[in-house]
Ligand binder design. Structure first.
Ligand code: SF4
Ligand SMILES: [Zn+2]
Length: 576
């Protein structure tokens, strides 16, 4: 007896009349036809399936059956090669799985879906990142290493992965966000929690009207409906099905002022990426950065006082630098306030200078005044700096994702991170940054987790990096708590009077769709609540009257459920 799974290509596809029937071995349940609740969704799924040949769908079913029976994903794929050569792509497995579930033929199985997902790495830190670019606009900077491309925001090349998508959509924020969410959903990524990463030169250089409109349209796309104002779009997002759990912009240190930070907060920004590039005034001047190291320190202290998460960009191999001077420069990032500085960024992007034709640095190179490091020098340097990175920082990148044919001379290796990791292993060292310790998809035994409080003095605050770590030192979750002190710059909002500030709560695990529970995944083990309770206890014992949190729009509900109330720019919980 065979159950029948009908794929009728004539359904809502605008004229295809052939009806194709596929017969499959018996499943849990079977239905003779195909029911989808939402007609738009139905149409989208059918359009998606039209790109596949019938025999591919049959093969995908066989692969899925083997996985459902307990087979290993890659082995199952290899057991069923396609007749035309090659193997079934994972996105087809996801599409066929979804059809089976929609047809009510298979039970929904989040664990199976997690296993067949195409690129689980993208969502393993707990949230999905949606990257968008702003339109071309002049930047106040004149940095000699920065490329200038027609019709592109400053510093971006039209063929970088994120930028290419933005160009395709004419830099329209709504189009960029909605197409990205659709693409992620099509391959099975939950998109109910996403971080919005806005790139494009210097955000603060854009007119405020543009900034506001841009973000409103991004929210509209997440909300799936139009709004009359940014405020309305934000309100809808608080409880919609695609929540914004982080909003990131990028800027320069000299743009950071209390007034600007209050503005960013009103837009919903939670994290700021800022180009430090070097902590040496001589190098900054040679490369015409147009700001000083003191500006960078002042800006990081202000950002921290405002509770923002701080991502610094740091560039080795600038004009005038050597591998030795770069190593000393990197070490300065981690000097504490007691040692005189206290940049201590939460995350860092290492962008070794890449020699590009449309940057002024190219002329220096042509005149013989600049020379990129060799591949080996760069690998050694990245290994050195990884070994120096403290446990509270996450190294997000060690190279910029530029297609290698744009690089005139110097390293074109995109595998720099792996090369540096191999070098570290060879030396018997390892990187302890957050990224290298995240639990990723691994199951965690909550009872085995150890709580840790790493304290350091940054400029303008005493920082507490709380974490839960597994017995083998994997990071299951963390919280950043700032205690303002005598060195804290004037706060940007009365909300923060006498308040300790939670700058980040992060618990790992595959980002799960609302209402699904996956065994052993850290996000659903109450770790976030436990971290917040610890923060409250410590802040109270330090004499603070309030606990503030810089909440993204889509996490307001989460904090409200833990006793916080929205004030003006922050959510506050009295803790006296
Ligand atoms: S500030 Fe940034 S975007 Fe502006 S010129 Fe310098 S590197 Fe380029
Ligand atoms: Zn690392």
């Amino acid at each position: 007896m065979q159950s029948v799974f009908l794929l009728t290509n004539s359904l809502n596809t605008g004229g295809m009349s052939a009806v194709v029937c596929y017969h499959f071995p018996k499943m849990h349940r079977s239905k003779p036809d195909f029911h989808l609740s939402n007609p738009n969704e139905q149409q989208r799924r059918w359009q998606e399936m039209r790109q596949y040949k019938p025999e591919q769908i049959v093969t995908a079913r066989l692969v899925l059956e083997e996985i459902r029976a307990g087979g290993e994903v890659w082995q199952a794929i290899r057991h069923h090669p396609q007749k035309t050569g090659g193997y079934i792509p994972k996105h087809l497995l996801v599409a066929v799985y979804r059809l089976g579930v929609e047809a009510d033929e298979w039970e929904e199985d989040p664990e199976l879906l997690a296993r067949i997902r195409m690129k689980p790495m993208r969502t393993l830190s707990g949230v999905t990142t949606v990257t968008v670019l702003t339109k071309a606009h002049p930047c106040p900077g004149e940095c000699i290493f920065c490329p200038t491309e027609a019709k592109m925001p400053k510093s971006y090349l039209p063929d970088e992965p994120g930028a290419r998508r933005a160009v395709q959509h004419g830099f329209d924020p709504y189009e960029q966000v909605s197409s990205r969410l659709q693409a992620l959903e099509a391959v099975g990524h939950p998109t109910n929690k996403s971080e919005l990463l806005i790139l494009g030169g210097t955000w603060d250089a854009y007119p405020r009207e543009y900034q506001e409109g841009f973000i409103q349209r991004c929210f509209d796309a997440m909300n799936g409906r139009e709004s009359a104002s940014l405020e309305e779009a934000q309100r809808i997002n608080e409880s919609c099905s695609h929540r914004n759990v982080g909003l990131v912009v990028e800027t320069r240190p000299d743009q950071i002022t209390p007034d600007q930070l209050a503005w960013l907060r009103s837009l919903g920004v939670t994290k700021v990426q800022m180009g430090a590039q070097s902590l040496d005034d001589r190098i900054l001047a040679l490369n015409r950065r147009g700001h000083t190291v003191a500006d960078t320190l002042r800006a990081t202290a202000l950002l921290r006082a405002g509770g923002f998460k701080i991502v610094l960009h740091w560039m080795p191999n600038l004009l005038g630098a050597t591998p030795e001077s770069d190593l000393q420069d990197f070490a300065r990032l981690w000097n504490t306030a007691e040692q005189g500085t206290g940049f201590c960024p939460d995350e860092i992007k290492i962008y070794p200078t890449q020699l590009l034709k449309t940057a002024e640095l190219f002329n220096y190179w042509e005149r013989g005044e600049y020379k990129p490091y060799s591949e080996e020098e760069l690998i050694q340097l990245v290994a050195d700096v990884k070994a120096l990175t403290p446990r509270y920082c996450r190294i997000n990148r060690v190279i910029r994702d530029i297609p290698s044919y744009n690089v005139v001379e110097g390293s074109r290796r995109s595998s720099l991170r792996q090369d540096a990791q191999a070098e570290l292993a060879h030396r018997g060292q390892h990187c302890q940054c957050i990224r290298c310790r995240e639990v990723r998809g691994q199951s965690v035994d909550v009872d085995q987790l150890k709580f840790d409080d790493l304290v350091y003095l940054a400029s303008g605050s005493e920082e507490h990096f709380f974490s839960f770590v597994t017995p083998d030192d994997r990071l299951a979750g963390y919280l950043r708590l700032s205690f303002p002190n005598d060195g804290t710059p004037l706060t940007i909002s009365p909300d923060l009077e006498n308040a300790a500030i939670i700058r980040e709560v992060h618990v790992y695990g595959q980002a799960l769709a609302v209402g699904t529970i996956q065994a052993g995944v850290a996000q659903h083990s109450g770790l976030g609540t436990r971290l917040i309770e610890q923060a409250e206890m410590l802040a109270r014992s330090h004499g603070f009257h309030n606990l503030a949190v810089i909440s993204a729009i889509g996490t307001r509900e989460y904090y409200a459920g833990r006793g916080f109330k929205l004030s003006t720019l922050y959510m506050i919980k009295p803790i006296e």
